[in-house]
Ligand binder design. Sequence first.
Ligand SMILES: Nc1ncnc2c1ncn2[C@@H]1O[C@H](COP(=O)(O)OP(=O)(O)OP(=O)(O)O)[C@@H](O)[C@H]1O
Length: 380
Amino acid sequence: MTPTPRLGLERISKTYAGSPAVRDVSFEVDEGHVMCLLGPSGCGKSTLLRIAAGVERQDSGVVRVDGRVVSGDASHAPPEARGIGLMFQDFALFPHLTVAQNVAFGLGRSLNGARSAVVGQYLERVGLSGYGAKFPHELSGGEQQRVALARALAPRPRVMLMDEPFSGLDQRLRDSVRDETLALLKEEGAAVLLVTHEPEEALRMADRIALMRGGAVAQVGAPYHVYNHPVDRKAAAFFSDVNVIHGEVRARQTDTPFGLFLTPGMVDRADVEIIIRPQHLKIEEDRGAPPPSTMRTGVPARGHVTRARFMGSESLIEVRMDHDGSLLKATVPGAYLPGAGAPLWLSLRREHCFVFPCERQSKVGNPWEDDRDRSGKRPG
Ligand SMILES: Nc1ncnc2c1ncn2[C@@H]1O[C@H](COP(=O)(O)OP(=O)(O)OP(=O)(O)O)[C@@H](O)[C@H]1O
């Protein structure tokens, strides 16, 4: 029997003054799992989180915690009756309360013996034993955030809702606080819904990512899946720079300077885009003759370096292609800095290419031979 999801959102919609902020969103989060709501500013992430928390009410749809309806047409439980923990960006510890009193806040205001023991236990878990008598202003940003985490965890919430909780921290502190937080939440078995606009954070923390756009979920899946099987060009481009190579369908295939791509199901003269991330371009130096074509990398095409930059763990090389003057970006591990103007051969690692209908269809109305949803197809 499949366990009941800790958090369930079913067909949630919300409109502000006639503008939809969330459109028909459904998903579930299981015990010990982290779901990241990822998307650009204004796509509806925080609204959805506030609806899950109960500080906002949806126009339609149902919110469930442990299978129990906490908000629907007929009922709407307040945040404190939902068994949820909240951690927001401005985690706002109470400045006039000590660390221990802050952590105890969710357990009842006064610190009796039993509560003190729980507070001590959670301060220890976040590595702040002995900090109970200090006031928030005596702590670093990272320490304050860990107190906020202890405060959110102490009531042992079934569901933890977090809105950009780490964005106030500098990069190095953020990595450690976020990893520690995640480990703790998993140990506690809480279902976590985490809002972020940073793809790296979502890839690093999530068991599943819901990629949002315009109030709706564009794609949902495990980080590996969402990264490697994007539903469209925008979904691919949300995680990294992408190169776009244009082509036109002829007899179910598309010819490009990098070789033929199979485009079954697409009508003649449809414009297509072949998308590839910079790390999946293969670079070879020009030694007079083109390198051989292979099944994996197709036909190499020549270009000239316009710029090479050292980025630390990798180098970024921009190449102006001879065939059409387009600019392609490639990254390679380590330091590789060919001079401007150097000729190079580029080829595409086929298994990492995505072929989509061109977003601005011009010549043909519908690129598909039938009307099934074929988005996210991989090339043959
Ligand atoms: N209380 C509100 N009143 C009116 N409009 C709102 C309200 N809250 C959100 N909106 C609008 O709803 C849309 C979604 O906003 P929301 O804050 O959920 O986006 P977001 O993805 O969390 O963005 P960000 O990453 O910038 O926080 C936006 O167009 C926003 O302007």
